[in-house]
Design a protein around this ligand. Structure first.
Ligand SMILES: Cc1ncc(COP(=O)(O)O)c(C=O)c1O
Length: 454
C-alpha cells in the first residue's frame, strides 16, 4: 500500500491525512466522507504551473473542473493561479458564484445550448471551445444578437486511439467530440470561423485525446499531429493561429506500483515536440495550454466509509459491505476502475485476509473493490479508499435515494467542510405533489373517515 500526498500513520495505527486523524474525522463528520488533502492538491497545481512555465514560458495550465468542482475548489484553483475549464452552464455558474475570474474560464462541451452560450458571452468567459459546425453558427448568431465578440478555440479530433478505457478515449475520429483533423469540411469550418464570422475571433485549436493516459508518447503524438495541422492551415489558407490547447488526460496512481508520469516529464515532452516541430516547419511557436483534471485532484481525494455487514460464503468469498458505493463512486461500475484501500483504524496492521468491498446499492455490480488483502475486518472499522478525488463527487448520484456525502478539506491539522452532507429533506426538496394527487388523497381519507363513522 503506497501512501499518497500528506498521508502518514500515527502511533495508534490510525491513518492521518493533512495532519488529521481519519478515524476521528469519520466520527466527527460521519461517513461516507470525501476527504481532500489540500496540500497535495496545491502541490500538484504548483508542479504543473512551474513545469509548464519553465519549459514553455507564456503557457497556461487550465484545471478541468469536471474532475471535481465546488466553490472552495474554485477558490483553491484561483489561488494557485490556474485557469478553469467548465463544461456546462452549471459548472460556469459554480465558478462565477465563487468569483472565479471569467477571463480565465474556458467553456467546453459538445452540445452547448443557446442559453449556455449566451451565458458564456454575457459573462465574457476567456474562450469558448467550439465543438462542431452547429455550435459555431449558433455562437455567431448569439454573439451577433448580443453585440459581442467571442474568442474561440476549435476542438479537433486528431485520430489517435489511446491505450485507456474506451469510455474515456476521445481522440479517435469516430467520436462525438470535435472536428476530425484534416478533412475538407473541417478546413472549411476553420476558414469560415477565421474569415466570415464577424463576431467570432478564432484564436487557435484544441484537442483532448482521452483520460488516465500513462504513456507520454501518445500525448506527444497528439501535439505533433496538431502542430503539423497548424502548419497545413498556414500553407493552405495563409492562416497562422496563435494558440494550441492540448487538453488533459495525464494518468494517476490508483493501485499497486503504478508510476504515472510527473507534470515535469509531461511539460518536457510537450515542449520538446512543439518547439522542435515548429522550428522544423518554420511556424511561430503557439501559446500552449493544457487542461489537467484527474492528475491535479485525483490522488488528493480519499473516501472514508464505515464497515457494516461482513458476510462469508465459505470457499467462495468474504463480502465486506460499506455505507456508500456506486452512488458516491460510480467509476468501478462504469469503467471497471480498480482502487486501493486500507482500514484507517488498523493502518499499521498487516493484511491477513482477502475480501471484496461491496457498496450498499441494490445492484450486484455495486462492488467498490474486488479482492483486496486487508487486516481482519470487523463491523465499525473505517475503510479509506484512495485516489477518489477525481470523477467521484462530480459523478455521484442519489441512486437508491442515498444522500450525497459531505466533503472536507484537511490542511495542516485543520479540517473544514466544503460540501455539506445531503439530508433526507434534500432528497425530496424538488418533488411536487400536483393538486390532483393531493385532492385524491383527501377524498380517500374522507371516504375512510365517513366509512369509519358509519
Ligand atoms: C476537454 C477536456 N479537457 C480536459 C479533461 C480532463 O481530463 P483529465 O481529468 O483526464 O486530465 C477532459 C476530460 O474528460 C476533457 O474532456
Amino acid at each position: 500500500m503506497k501512501l499518497r500526498g500528506t498521508m502518514s500513520i500515527d502511533h495508534k495505527g490510525h491513518l492521518l491525512i493533512g495532519g488529521c486523524d481519519t478515524v476521528e474525522l469519520a466520527h466527527q463528520y460521519g461517513t461516507p466522507l470525501y476527504v481532500i488533502d489540500e496540500a497535495a492538491l496545491r502541490q500538484k497545481a504548483r508542479e504543473y504551473r512551474r513545469a509548464f512555465s519553465h519549459y514553455m514560458p507564456g503557457s497556461e495550465v487550465i484545471y478541468a473542473g469536471k474532475a471535481l468542482l465546488t466553490s472552495a475548489i474554485c477558490r483553491i484553483i484561483d489561488d494557485e493561479q490556474l485557469s478553469l475549464d467548465v463544461v456546462s452552464g452549471g459548472e460556469l455558474y459554480t465558478a462565477l458564484s465563487a468569483d472565479f475570474p471569467p477571463e480565465r474560464i474556458y467553456f467546453h462541451g459538445n452540445n452547448k445550448s443557446p442559453s449556455e452560450l449566451a451565458m458564456a458571452i454575457t459573462h465574457r468567459v476567456g474562450r469558448v471551445v467550439v465543438d462542431n459546425l452547429h455550435e459555431l453558427k449558433l455562437l455567431q448568431e448569439t454573439a451577433y444578437a448580443l453585440g459581442a465578440e467571442v474568442k474561440i478555440l476549435m476542438r479537433i479530433t486528431p485520430g489517435i486511439e489511446t491505450n485507456t478505457h474506451a469510455y474515456i478515449q476521445t481522440g479517435q475520429f469516430d467520436s462525438k467530440f470535435g472536428f476530425p483533423l484534416g478533412t475538407k469540411e473541417t478546413i472549411a469550418a476553420i476558414e469560415c470561423a477565421a474569415r466570415r464570422m464577424p463576431n467570432i475571433r478564432l484564436m487557435g485549436l484544441h484537442c483532448h485525446i482521452g483520460s488516465q493516459i500513462m504513456d507520454l508518447r501518445t500525448l506527444g503524438l497528439a501535439a505533433e499531429y496538431m502542430v503539423r495541422f497548424m502548419a497545413g492551415l498556414r500553407d493552405q489558407l495563409g492562416l497562422e493561429l496563435a494558440e494550441l490547447d492540448l487538453g488533459g488526460g495525464l494518468g494517476i496512481r490508483y493501485y499497486g506500483d503504478e508510476e504515472p508520469p510527473e507534470p515535469e516529464e509531461y511539460a518536457r515532452t510537450i515542449s520538446k515536440t512543439v518547439i522542435s516541430l515548429c522550428r522544423q516547419l518554420n511556424l511561430p511557436i503557439p501559446k500552449v495550454m493544457v487542461e489537467p483534471g484527474r492528475s491535479i485532484v485525483g490522488e488528493a481525494g480519499t473516501t472514508l466509509y464505515t464497515v457494516g455487514a461482513v458476510k462469508d460464503i465459505p470457499n467462495i468469498r468474504r463480502y465486506v459491505a460499506v455505507d456508500g458505493g456506486m452512488a458516491d463512486n460510480p467509476r468501478v461500475a462504469l469503467y471497471q476502475a480498480v482502487y486501493e484501500a486500507c482500514l484507517a483504524n488498523k493502518a499499521a496492521e498487516q493484511p491477513t485476509e482477502l475480501v471484496t468491498i461491496a457498496g450498499k446499492c441494490c445492484e450486484s455490480g455495486d462492488i467498490l473493490i474486488k479482492d483486496i488483502m486487508l487486516p481482519s475486518v470487523e463491523p465499525g472499522d473505517i475503510l479509506a479508499v484512495f485516489s477518489t478525488g477525481a470523477y467521484n463527487y462530480s459523478m455521484a448520484s442519489n441512486y437508491n435515494h442515498l444522500p450525497r456525502p459531505a466533503m472536507i478539506t484537511v490542511y495542516r491539522g485543520i479540517s473544514e467542510i466544503i460540501v455539506e452532507r445531503e439530508t433526507y429533506a434534500d432528497l425530496v426538496r424538488l418533488d411536487r405533489i400536483p393538486p390532483r394527487l393531493a385532492a385524491s388523497r383527501k377524498t380517500a381519507a374522507g371516504n375512510m373517515q365517513s366509512a369509519a363513522s358509519r
